[in-house]
Design a protein around this ligand. Structure first.
Ligand code: SF4
Ligand code: SF4
Length: 231
């Protein structure tokens, strides 16, 4: 680890500006992850560097964090994550003179597979519901990452955390599309539900006379919200 930038300092800064969890993975390890062997990491993400993964809790009590509106950033939760990432990037550049840049969300557009990075960073494991399960919040987190041109000490993977062992899978039973049929995740079945959610928008009526109602998309989260971990 670069003694000038201990992970604890980065983590403390990220938490102070709103992150719920923070971890670090080495790019060299990430490029070896199965999904990145199929979709290689963008060449600009130097292999000698590190990826700082930020998680933001989207708890059951704040469903609006996940509502898709027609505004920039798509959801209030994502706008908050973008803000945290940008502030952390600036802090790293200013305080630590480190080259840092935000990684796009989509792995196929120059980003990385965030769940893989979070697992390598020790923030949790992939559950039967195909989501990252964190000890603190279960699957109720959203992720972002930024790349640093420094080989920081990796914070994972985690050991001894196996929440799905012995769990009878309420996440799987909750799925309205049977998307985990046969023990693996069928993305196309989940997509059918997404199309339905997009068609059946939620109407948010304004309490003010003359102010028009808003229409948002509340995508299915049943497999996420049914998980008892981190409740
Ligand atoms: S509900 Fe149980 S099986 Fe499903 S992800 Fe959570 S711990 Fe794993
Ligand atoms: S989001 Fe909904 S439809 Fe998709 S896998 Fe989870 S429970 Fe099934």
């Amino acid at each position: 680890m670069d003694p000038a930038i201990p992970f604890e300092a980065i983590s403390a800064q990220a938490i102070s500006i709103g992150a719920s969890l923070v971890g670090v993975a080495h790019v060299a390890t990430l490029v070896d992850a199965p999904s990145h062997r199929v979709h290689p990491v963008d060449r600009r993400v130097g292999e000698a560097g590190s990826v700082v993964v930020i998680a933001l809790a989207h708890t059951d009590g704040e469903p609006e964090m996940d509502w898709w509106d027609n505004q920039k950033g798509r959801t209030p939760g994502n706008r908050l994550l973008l803000k945290i990432n940008r502030r952390l990037t600036k802090w790293l550049e200013k305080t630590c003179s480190v080259e840092a840049y935000e990684l796009p969300y989509h792995a196929l557009r120059g980003g990385i597979f965030l769940k893989d990075a979070a697992v390598l960073a020790g923030m949790g494991v992939i559950g039967k519901n195909n989501l990252l399960i964190t000890p603190q919040y279960g699957p109720r987190v959203r992720l972002k990452a930024l790349w640093l041109n420094l080989p920081l000490q990796c914070t994972g993977p985690t050991h001894g955390f196996a929440p799905c062992d012995g769990c009878d899978g309420p996440c799987i039973k909750a799925c309205p599309r049977d998307a985990f049929n046969g023990g693996s995740y069928h993305r196309e079945r989940c997509r059918l539900q997404m199309r339905t959610d997009e068609t059946e928008k939620v109407v948010l009526k304004s309490p003010l006379i003359g102010v028009p109602s808003r229409f948002i998309t509340a995508y299915c989260r049943r497999c996420e919200l049914a998980c008892p971990v981190g409740q």
